[in-house]
Design a protein around this ligand. Structure first.
Ligand SMILES: [Zn+2]
Length: 290
């Protein structure tokens, strides 16, 4: 249910919960603070992600590393990015190599100077939630709080990282990433991937319909399925049908494993690039799963 709350706050961040900015921000803070997401910090970096989707140099969230950055990574850094379960704990603490800035600090390079006030408000709301949890641990003891909040929260962070990764990686054919003038909003949006989560689609508020969400982020979650149906005939061969899920989306773990094994970096040059595989990293995986 943390995830369901997250998607409603995600609508607020996109301004699709209400036409009122004030109401979006108030409800967004309430929802996202309750699951320890810094509302404005996340909203602004998510906006950067949407405005630059599919752009190797400017995208936020999960995007490919240029080969030079990849080669410059320390072994521990590579482990964090490519060896499970570490990548599933990335948000909100870890940023991609070569990128700086925290989601919590107003001075962070993620934000414009005139957004600093917003970041302070969100970090204060986040801190209030942490204080509430500490207070509950004081009154009821840490174990019940850990069971009822800590563990679900951990599952949520892992699921958030998995879902956001799979919406941009791991299709069975290689997807292009762009730079410079080859990038356009439409091209970038069309390289996002829809996913079928089976029984979990409903809890997910249908956010697996990710292509239409990226092309038109102003559509609220409850219209995404209908909008996808309407867009399919227009998109034609540019729409990639998601792999059908069983009741539980267990197939996605295989997709994630396969992608982490082969999708390592893109060329430093070129305006249309594809993921390449580092044979050494691939070898490590083969040994592990022999
Ligand atoms: Zn979004």
């Amino acid at each position: 249910m943390f995830w369901a709350v997250f998607v409603l706050g995600h609508d607020c961040g996109h301004g699709s919960f209400s036409n009122s900015v004030w109401l979006n921000n108030m409800v967004g803070h309430f929802l996202h603070s309750s699951i320890l997401v810094p509302y404005h910090g996340w909203r602004i970096s998510h906006r950067t992600h949407h405005q630059n989707h599919g752009n190797v140099d400017k995208d936020e969230s999960w995007h490919p590393l240029p080969e030079k950055t990849y080669r410059g990574m320390k072994p521990n850094g590579r482990k964090m990015r490519f060896s499970l379960p570490y990548p599933l704990f990335a948000f909100p603490l870890w940023r991609s190599p070569g990128k700086e800035g925290s989601h919590f600090l107003p001075s962070s390079s993620l934000f414009h100077p005139n957004e600093q006030g917003d970041i302070i408000v969100s970090t204060l709301c986040w801190s209030a939630m942490v204080t509430l949890l500490l207070g509950l641990s004081w009154v009821y003891g840490p174990i019940p709080v850990l069971k009822l909040y800590g563990l679900p929260s951990l599952v949520f962070v892992m699921w958030l990282d998995l879902v956001t990764y799979l919406h941009h990686h791991g299709y069975h054919e290689k997807l292009p990433w762009y730079r410079g003038k080859e990038w356009s909003y439409l091209r970038g949006g069309l390289t996002t991937i829809d996913r079928d989560y089976g029984w979990i689609n409903n809890i997910h508020h249908d956010i697996g319909t990710h292509v239409i969400h990226h092309l038109f982020p102003q559509i609220p979650h409850y219209n995404l399925v209908e909008a996808t149906k309407a867009a399919k005939p227009v998109l034609g061969k540019y729409y990639r049908e998601p792999e059908k899920s069983g009741p539980l989306p267990l197939h996605l773990f295989g997709v994630l494993l396969r992608s982490l094994r082969v999708d390592h970096f893109v060329s430093d040059e070129g305006e249309v690039v594809y993921y390449q595989t580092d044979p050494q990293q691939y070898g490590d995986w083969q040994q592990k799963f022999k």
